[in-house]
Write a protein that binds this ligand. Structure first.
Ligand code: SAM
Length: 301
């Protein structure tokens, strides 16, 4: 079959043929559920708003189904894959595209800013797009957000339940420290949901595409960002406990500390008996600043 007639990588028939040709098996331990629906793949590219003005980093290209669709729309695509077996396969499946670079590596061990500097020209917006390995979705999202790297957005597929946690509103049962971690620096939303049937092998759960757009101007400015993040994590440490009880665990239980905690809560106009899930990001910033004024330092764990 000539290249022109060959179905795209994300079609079920081509995926099957590639897996057979290279004698590949799916590695469950690496979260390998490959997308075999061209409509969904194209919808991801549209949701990520990838154009010829953009450079794209893809995490986990697999056999190249999403990479191919990204390359058709983007300026450059850099795809980082942990599974060594797939590197030569990608070299062949994506051989027609001059604007793709495939790297062997682990995203969690990769410094994003260095990657961007080394591989892109600095003249194009950088967008991160992926069908994430579900076993490490949260660490990957936190790793991407933790860095000062200069990228515009993250558009990624994940388990639907995790997507709901990432985008929840205060008071919702899914709202937690992960939600706040995402809302601190991005505007996020679920772009669309995807049934489990469009993957091989089919995962146990449905999925969703989450779009996170980094804000150009920082919206929140806690006095001490490290302590703010510890406050957020510590406040959700025991989700069923009140904020007050979590704060005692985080700052200590001495009378002196209790008095300072009470003052900080009063000046932030926050009821000690409520649960952390009722507090917005702005509430946490206010509380963190009041705690700074009381010179209270949260424990690191
Ligand atoms: N992009 C392909 C698709 O949509 O069909 C494959 C997606 S599959 C859900 C996740 C991919 O991430 C796999 O290819 C897996 O080997 C890769 N992966 C797993 N852990 C990784 C890590 N830490 N760093 C980079 N890639 C990883």
């Amino acid at each position: 079959m000539s290249d022109n007639e060959r179905p795209e990588i994300g079609s079920g028939t081509r995926t099957k043929a590639i897996m057979e040709t290279y004698g590949l098996t799916f590695k469950k331990s690496l979260g390998q559920n490959f997308l075999t629906d061209l409509n969904v793949l194209k919808k991801i590219v549209t949701a990520a708003d990838v154009t010829a003005d953009d450079d794209v980093i893809e995490i986990g290209p697999g056999i190249g189904a999403l990479t191919e669709q990204l390359a058709k729309n983007a300026h450059q695509v850099l795809a980082l894959e942990i599974d060594e077996r797939l590197i030569p396969v990608l070299g062949e499946t994506l051989a027609d595209y001059a604007n793709i670079t495939v790297l062997h590596g682990d995203i969690l061990q990769t410094q994003l800013s260095a990657l961007i500097q080394e591989h892109f020209d600095g003249q194009h917006a950088v967008k991160i797009v992926a069908n994430l390995p579900y076993y490490i979705t949260t660490p990957i999202v936190l790793h991407l957000l933790d860095e000062e790297a200069d990228f515009e957005s993250i558009t990624v597929m994940m388990q639907k339940e995790v997507a709901q946690r990432l985008t929840a509103s205060p008071g919702n049962k899914d709202y937690g420290s992960l939600t706040i971690g995402v809302a601190y620096s991005t505007d996020s939303e679920i772009a669309f949901t995807v049934p489990k049937t469009v993957f091989v092998p089919s995962p146990k759960v449905d999925s969703a595409i989450v779009s996170m757009k980094k804000r150009r101007q920082e919206k929140y400015h806690p006095q001490n960002e490290v302590n703010f993040k510890r406050l957020v994590r510590g406040s959700f440490m025991h989700k069923r406990k009140s904020l007050w009880n979590n704060l005692l665990g985080l700052y200590g239980k001495d009378e002196n500390i209790k008095n300072k905690l009470t003052s900080a809560l009063n000046s932030s106009q926050i009821e000690p008996g409520i649960r952390a899930e009722r507090l917005s990001v702005a509430d946490f910033v206010k509380l963190s600043d009041s705690l700074e004024e009381q010179k209270l330092v949260p424990k690191s764990k």
